[in-house]
Design a protein around this ligand. Structure first.
Ligand code: CU
Length: 397
């Protein structure tokens, strides 16, 4: 992957560590969960698939989503969910169906049909009691197909903060820092002095934020920041795309598909109110959804839509009443996503697309949030015994 190749495709999807009954290499150890009739169970579901989002459903049973990324939401009754890597959901399940055995199943959701792998992960819920289970478990027929973008977006758009008296929200209203981040697939020159490649003759497959493909430094940004060591990162991550273009068009223009590589971070003052609009792109025909994930913060998702973001009209549609508070959210394919947060957690925070292949190819950067005025609002210094770790450099050739 360091040289820009793709990751191996999966041979199956696991539920609690087991492949289930439908994978070729299943060892016949399908996870089975015993339930009592007439109870309501709380399921904590974690999106632990590193390179895909997945749909999930339980046959014949409705699910009620009550929490996302550890924040309460307005309950969502649904027959399926779509969960991104890094996301968590709290889901209520009421066992009120005829006692029997039912499959819970997961299926890859993706927007690039070339990568479809058609494996269903599965586990079984089994009602406790003296029942005669003569037939195979029932499969959840409401589980959407892998390429069902509408089903994914329909579910995603239902997520809203609880936002009531007991669970108020605090979405920033007066924004002090705005950024527009184009999220793109790219090519990167293997040798920076010979960049005369044409589309498709890729030197290295890469991805970027604002045409900067993240390069891991030999000293971590966190350590360099803590110790005030210069030379390992730069602070000029751009607030806007370096090149403006029709983002949502599938394009093979060289200016847009070639990216720079660098360790460029964004520095924020303590307590700044930040709005970031992520703009999906069709560069190199690589349009896809991207689950953007931020470390150190939850953020409010105040808007999303199709097409190129319009800074005059789209903000008029922002939801400042009950926007979901999350740490992961998908940038729609050929669309945009607007988020807000208050930079009140000083430190060095990686944020990135949570698809492993995109992350590794460079779709990430770092926020450094400065200290506040008090000890309570400042980073503690590193312990005196902490060694300086220097990573060996690797040259791609
Ligand atoms: Cu991505």
């Amino acid at each position: 992957m360091e040289s820009g190749s793709d990751v191996p495709h999966s041979n199956g999807y696991l539920i609690n560590g087991e492949l289930g009954d439908f994978a070729n290499c299943s060892s016949g150890t399908t996870y089975c969960w015993s339930v009592e009739y007439g109870k309501t169970y709380l399921l904590r579901i974690v999106g632990a698939v590193v390179d895909d989002e997945v749909f999930f459903a339980i046959a014949e049973h409705n699910l009620t989503i009550v929490g996302v990324d550890a924040a309460d939401i307005k309950p969502i009754p649904t027959s399926y969910i779509m969960i991104s890597p890094g996301r968590t959901m709290d889901v209520l399940l009421t066992t009120n169906r005829p006692p029997g055995r039912y499959y819970m199943a997961s299926r890859q959701f993706l927007t690039e049909d070339a990568l479809t792998d058609n494996y269903n992960g599965s586990a079984i819920i089994e009602y406790i009691g003296d029942y005669n289970f003569s037939s195979s478990p029932i499969f959840p027929h409401d589980l959407p197909q892998s390429l069902d973008l509408k089903a994914a977006m329909r579910f995603t758009s239902l997520i809203r903060s609880l936002a009531n008296e007991n669970y108020p929200i605090s979405v920033p209203v007066n924004v002090t820092k705005r950024m527009l981040i184009a999220v793109a697939m790219n090519e990167l020159c293997r040798n920076r002095t010979h960049c005369n490649v044409t589309a498709g003759s890729a030197d290295i497959m890469a991805s970027s934020l604002n045409n900067i493909s993240w390069a891991n430094p030999t000293v971590d940004v966190l350590q360099a920041h803590y110790r005030n060591i210069s030379g390992y990162y730069r602070t000029d991550f751009p607030d806007w795309p370096l090149v403006m273009y029709n983002f949502t068009e599938d394009t093979n223009e060289r200016d847009t598909y070639m990216t720079d590589q660098g360790t460029k971070v964004k520095v924020l003052n303590y307590n700044e109110s930040v709005e970031v609009v992520f703009q999906g792109t069709g560069v190199l025909d690589g349009a896809s959804v991207h689950p953007m994930y931020m470390h150190g913060y939850s953020f409010y998702v105040i808007g999303m839509g199709k097409g190129n973001f319009n800074k005059e009209t789209n903000p008029l549609t922002y939801n400042l009443v009950d926007p979901p508070k999350v740490n992961t959210f998908i940038v729609p394919k050929h669309g945009w996503l607007a988020i807000r947060f208050v930079a009140n957690n000083p430190g060095v925070w990686l944020w990135h697309c949570h698809f492993e292949r995109h992350l590794t190819w460079g779709m990430d950067t770092v926020f450094i949030v400065k200290n506040g005025d008090t000890e309570e609002t400042s980073l503690r210094p590193p312990p005196s015994y902490m060694p300086l770790l220097v990573r060996a450099t690797k040259t791609i050739s």
